[in-house]
Ligand binder design. Structure first.
Ligand code: GAL
Length: 742
């Protein structure tokens, strides 16, 4: 007992030393679905409620497909020491991660904030982060005593509940640093000898005159040693007048380092800190010698328009050649774009040749004219994770132009508009039209096609999309034909308000119905429209998605740019993995690399650089559609390197179409193994901890037995494995991606 108490006290002391001004609200939450006004009362007995994890939606805590009301409760002591230590003592901030979709927050039974302060009704969709300010002398705050925080949540559809980054849940004083932050959102620039540089700023919405020192510490996360420190003379800033500092450093090794920026205000002694990681690029530079990339196979239905750009890198101008092209197809030898029609179903073996003054590359390719399309996972861009509902014609054109210039040579081809393009009402003849952000959908599609790329669009089987725009309910034929007229090549079909049409707990047939209906409508269109189901994995869609005519299906709720979200989704895909195959793939949602934002203002992905390597590696192993979700007009060098590694893409695009399986799973690491068409395997060794680990497989492990060649896929270098194991050091949340062959 004594010993236990001692350990507890030491732990408590450590917590307070680390961040005594922030009272963490991460642990101890209870949750119940349903609704009862009495659940806000401090003396309500919630012991029988389930323990809640506030970094995960309730769907992943035993309430699959649940939409409606739910409550969360937490007991917390608010120590007056935080007030004493604060410079300003007038209010506290209660920060509560993200609410999906809307909330009312009670402290000791008193309502202290609702709907993010934006008014309206609890049933309105107001997904997002919540912070409520409460006066320090508000009688709802019980200083130094037990307080009960209760959150009433309403979820309109899809994922629901209270969930966000653990670091977002706390109570703190609203002190002088409130509204003050480091802006570290600029890209790193890359100088000579691997040096990195970046402009960071101290910005404030406060009129307080900050005067102090900024210090920077660079730590090697492998050794925990400080390897570089820097200090400014005076950092002086206030509202509208930021302090700018150029941070530069030359890493000695190719890995991520931790950079901690700290500002200390001289007068008040108050400090503000922020830590970030530094990027490192593994993908080798593109050679000037031609290289043909992308999948080895492409499927088109008989008589439907063919549009295929031969993906090839190498110094331009390149000259393209294709032998074996069936009648009806033509190749533009300057752009590499193949167009036309082929009436007869068959597998046509082609040979592509691409040359320039530095050399030539050839590749065998199969044009599969038949009923099965989408034979390898779609590679493209989708507007949602970047622009949310603020997507418009210009943003789509920029994305297409950038894809054509920088990514298409590596096999990327789809430009998909997500929600937010639809007009408020249909035409008198029932036809859907775009809203004013898309003045000419046909013109936009023509532009995308002229670049050799394909165009995607979004709708819902319900009357409304998730963003509240028009859905296709009772207009499935109209819409499929309109898409075909516009030249659309891909449809994402999102359940959303179909929840109001379907019975409350739909059975499998009722879940399939709207997807089969749109399948039938798409079959009437005279072109290939890749069909992507989005219903968040309901009814284990992977078991029936292919039979219902889907080329891919979302297996989860929405992803966001955090490790908890990305890894929670990615490492949970094994159950669906056996069901992936050519023409029908599991879709664990779109990529969260680059600048994302789900709306008009974007930020760099909050995943560390190693987490981003894990993200792309895992999605490639899973044979998932790779849909870039960032601002394509603002692709930094690191993101570009992540998306243009041809050996990584080849794992994703492998014609066998298999998903990796989870081979080893434990708390510290996981190993996933993907079989490839040529008999080799791609193996990902993922470090789940926040410390460096050496991860390896024994050479006589069944996954490796008989394989003698080992290659680091990201760096595209052979691995010299002299001993009895194959592996290496793996960074926190990072990956070692290996290709093993005989
Ligand atoms: C969600 C979907 C997202 C996005 C959004 C648009 O249901 O999962 O990927 O499409 O709707 O409103």
């Amino acid at each position: 007992m004594m010993k236990k108490n001692l350990i507890f006290l030491v732990l408590l002391a450590l917590c307070f030393k680390a961040d005594a001004q922030n009272i963490s609200l991460v642990k101890g939450w209870k949750m119940s679905i349903g609704d009862d006004a009495g659940w806000s009362a401090p003396n309500f007995d919630d012991k029988g409620w389930q323990n809640a994890n506030i970094t995960r939606p309730w769907e992943r805590q035993g309430h699959a497909n649940y939409d409606g009301f739910g409550w969360y409760r937490l007991h917390v002591v608010i120590p007056s020491s935080i007030k004493e230590k604060a410079y300003l003592k007038d209010s506290i901030i209660i920060s509560l991660g993200s609410i999906d979709d809307n909330d009312e927050v009670y402290l000791n039974g008193k309502l202290i904030g609702k709907y993010g302060g934006r008014g309206g009704d609890i049933k309105e969709s107001k997904y997002g982060h919540r912070s409520y300010v409460v006066a320090a002398n508000n009688p709802a705050v019980q200083w130094d005593k037990d307080n009960v925080l209760a959150i009433r949540v309403y979820d309109t559809g899809g994922d629901g509940g209270v969930y966000g980054l653990a670091s977002e849940y706390n109570i703190r004083m609203s002190d002088i640093m409130e509204g003050t932050q480091f802006d570290t959102g600029k890209d790193f620039s890359y100088g000579d000898k691997n040096s990195l540089g970046k402009s960071i700023q101290l910005v404030s919405k406060n009129h307080y005159q900050y005067r102090g020192k900024l210090s920077v510490i660079v730590t090697d996360p492998e050794t925990n040693k400080i390897i570089n420190t820097q200090k400014t003379d005076t950092a002086h800033f206030t509202n509208g007048k930021p302090f700018t500092w150029w941070f530069a450093f030359a890493p000695s090794q190719k890995k991520s380092y931790l950079v901690t920026y700290t500002f200390k205000d001289t007068k008040t002694g108050v400090e503000l800190s922020q830590t970030e990681t530094t990027p490192y690029i593994l993908t080798p530079a593109v050679s000037r010698v031609p290289r043909i990339n992308g999948a080895d196979i492409f499927g088109v239905r008989p008589g439907h328009p063919v549009l295929y750009l031969i993906p090839a890198t190498g110094r331009t101008p390149l000259t393209y050649k294709a032998t074996g092209l069936p009648a009806g197809l033509k190749l533009d030898t300057k752009t590499g774009i193949i167009t036309g029609f082929v009436a007869k179903a068959a597998n046509y073996p082609l040979i592509f040749t691409v040359s320039n003054k530095f050399g030539t590359d050839t590749k065998k390719f199969t044009l599969a004219i038949g009923d099965n399309i989408g034979l390898t996972p779609a590679l493209g861009w989708n507007s949602w994770n970047a622009w949310g509902l603020s997507v418009n014609d210009e943003k789509v054109r920029i994305s297409a132009r950038e894809m054509a210039e920088r990514l298409a040579a590596h096999g990327w081809g789809y430009i998909n508009i997500d929600d937010g393009w639809e007009a408020a009402a249909r035409n008198a003849d029932g036809k859907i039209t775009p809203n004013s952000k898309f003045p000419d959908m046909r013109g936009l599609t023509d532009y995308v096609h002229s670049l050799g790329l394909r165009m995607g669009i979004y709708s819902s089987p319900g009357p409304k999309t998730c963003g509240g725009y028009l859905g296709s309910y009772q207009h499935e034929d109209d819409d499929a034909l309109t898409y075909a007229e516009w030249g659309i090549d891909y449809l994402k079909y999102d359940w959303c308000s179909y929840g109001q049409i379907a019975p409350r707990s739909p059975n499998l047939d009722e879940m399939k119905k709207p997807y089969q209906e749109m399948r039938a409508s798409l079959n009437k269109a005279n072109r290939d429209i890749l069909y992507s189901f989005c219903q968040y994995g309901m009814g284990s869609v992977w078991n029936w998605g292919a039979e219902a005519g889907g080329n891919s299906w979302r297996t989860t709720g929405d992803i966001t740019d955090t490790w908890a979200s990305m890894s929670g989704i990615g490492f949970n895909q094994d159950k669906a993995a056996p069901l992936a195959g050519p023409g029908h793939f599991n879709d664990p949602d779109m990529l969260v690399v680059g600048k994302v934002g789900w709306g008009p203002s974007l930020h760099p992905s909050r995943l560390t650089f190693d987490e981003q390597y894990s993200h792309i590696s895992l999605w490639s192993l899973l044979a998932s559609p790779l849909l870039i979700g960032c601002d394509m007009g603002n692709l930094d060098r690191f993101t570009l390197s992540l998306l243009t590694n041809d050996e990584v893409i080849a794992v994703n695009q492998d014609a066998l179409g298999k998903s990796a399986r989870q081979y080893i799973k434990n708390d510290n690491y996981q190993v996933w193994v993907k079989e490839l068409k040529d008999g080799s395997k791609a193996i990902g060794l993922f470090n789940l901890t926040d410390k460096y680990q050496t991860l390896s497989l024994a050479k006589n492990d069944p996954a490796l037995a008989g394989y003698h060649k080992f290659r680091n896929i990201w760096s595209q270098q052979p691995i010299v494995a002299a001993g009895s194991t194959v592996g290496g050091k793996v960074a926190p949340h990072g990956v070692l991606l290996i290709r093993v062959s005989k």
